[in-house]
Design a protein around this ligand. Structure first.
Ligand code: NAD
Length: 422
């Protein structure tokens, strides 16, 4: 029986997640009897977040926190501020976190949160009030041992600092381990800001090696030039790749010789987007998907690679920096066309891996150097990808289904070993 409180469609985020679970069933063996667990989030919390706006009126915002699975450890997953956030989207994002955390073997379940708001329309004061009230509302289910939020779309280290402070005030003790992605002064970890982009680069580098595709001179197109997209672009640029196209919510830009990233990144920081960058031509948004490139990095939102776009892509490899950027129908088309997809559930796991390092450092109050963090991150990502690749080769399945197979085996084995309570 499907859940009564959401109505997913084939290509909606939760519908996509469910179809990904369907595809892994043949590889679960005796564990298949537990698979229904993955179709039902353990806990979903919907909260009203009222704040007094600067003009004196009262604004109400919808907030969510979903704990998809807590079988392998506390919940872990980001918090997103976006006007299109829905319960269904947060459920899917939480589900993907369960898979991702298990795929890299972190001792976490999967969770995600969000507020349906356009934060760009709020003042800093309003943003702080919104964050503090939301944290208080979800405070009944989060905690360093229960569920640990982190940044996602439109949230950052400052928002994590407010969340940490609010939770700490409510429990009466400084609890740095309640969120990750914090400022360095508050128990944050070196290397966390760029960790997701670094993970995208590391998995891309390994996949390119297997395809005999040299990174030096490779043409790269990036959708989303925020935390993940810009960090990944920077590392690919340092390795000699040319970033020829970029798209974000402000528009799309192109330069056949590759952008000068030492100018583009400050431009995005100063203006809020790629549009208007002097070292590039503007391109029509839809033409971004026709860019001649070797590597495409979707690093914005879900559902960007539709069936139609998948038929037109010119890339040899897609590195899913974003969560859920590919619709199920598009997945099959890319597979038929021989385009290698490194799926989100492994490709963007670098962020949560360094979040795990941050959490461990907070508990031991002993902090590592940035080099130590980057080396450990590299090792975990390379090892996890190799295991997934071996699984894909053994069963002749895509990397996505192989990542689900590895992860679901771990989650459902833990489920079976724990047994059902009471
Ligand atoms: P961000 O807010 O820093 O950047 C988001 C980017 O997407 C911005 O460049 C924005 O302009 C762009 N964008 C928004 N709407 C768009 C649209 N309609 N068309 C094109 N571009 C659009 O967010 P982020 O942290 O970089 O997250 C990006 C993706 O990566 C999300 O899917 C997120 O869930 C995923 N992710 C983030 C992390 C992390 O550590 N931040 C970890 C894992 C996965």
């Amino acid at each position: 029986m499907s859940l009564s409180y959401v109505t997913p469609t084939t290509d909606s985020p939760w519908g996509t997640f469910l179809s990904q679970i369907d595809r892994v069933l043949p590889y679960l063996g005796r564990l298949e009897r537990w698979a229904e667990t993955l179709r039902r989030p353990k806990r979903t919390l919907i909260v009203d977040v009222p704040i007094e706006l600067d003009d004196g009126t009262i604004g109400h915002f919808e907030g969510f926190r979903v704990q998809h699975s807590l079988t392998r450890g506390p919940g872990k997953g980001g918090v997103r501020y976006h006007p299109d956030v829905t319960l269904e989207e947060v459920m899917a994002l939480a589900g993907w976190m369960s898979i991702k955390n298990a795929a890299v073997n972190l001792p976490y379940g999967g969770a995600k949160g969000g507020i349906r708001v356009d934060p760009k329309k709020l003042s800093m004061k309003e943003l702080e009030k919104l964050t503090r009230r939301y944290t208080s509302e979800i405070g009944i289910i989060i905690g360093p041992q229960q569920d640990i939020p982190a940044p996602d779309v439109n949230t950052n280290a400052q928002i994590m600092a407010w969340m940490m402070d609010t939770y700490s005030m409510n429990v009466g003790a400084t609890a740095t381990g309640v969120v990750t992605g914090k400022p360095i002064n508050l128990g944050g970890s070196l290397g966390r800001v760029k960790a997701t982009g670094r993970g995208v680069f590391v998995t891309g580098r390994e996949a390119a090696r297997r395809l005999n595709l040299p990174i030096d001179g490779a043409r790269v197109a990036v959708q989303g030039f925020g935390n993940v997209g810009a960090s990944a672009a920077e590392l690919f640029g340092q390795a000699g790749a040319k970033i020829v196209a970029a798209q974000d919510h402000t528009g799309s830009i192109f330069n056949d010789h590759g952008f000068d990233l030492s100018k583009l990144i400050p431009h995005v920081k100063a203006t809020g987007g790629v549009a208007g960058f002097a070292g590039a031509e503007r391109m029509v948004d839809e033409e971004f998907w026709d860019t001649r490139c070797d590597i495409l990095i979707p690093a914005a939102l879900e559902g960007q690679i539709t069936a139609d776009r998948a038929r037109r892509l010119k890339a040899r490899m897609v590195l899913e920096g974003a969560n859920g950027p590919t619709m199920s129908s598009a997945d099959d088309i890319m597979s038929e066309r021989g385009i290698l997809v490194v799926p989100d559930v492994i490709c963007n796991a670098g962020g949560v891996t360094v979040s795990y390092f941050e959490w461990v450092q907070d508990f031991s109050s002993f902090f590592w150097t940035e080099d130590e963090i980057n080396v450990r991150l590299d090792k975990i990502m390379v090892g996890a990808l190799k295991n997934i690749w071996d699984t894909a080769d053994r069963h002749k399945i895509t990397l996505r289904t192989a990542t689900f197979a590895v992860a679901c085996e771990r989650i459902l084995s833990a489920r079976e070993e724990r047994g059902l309570y009471p």
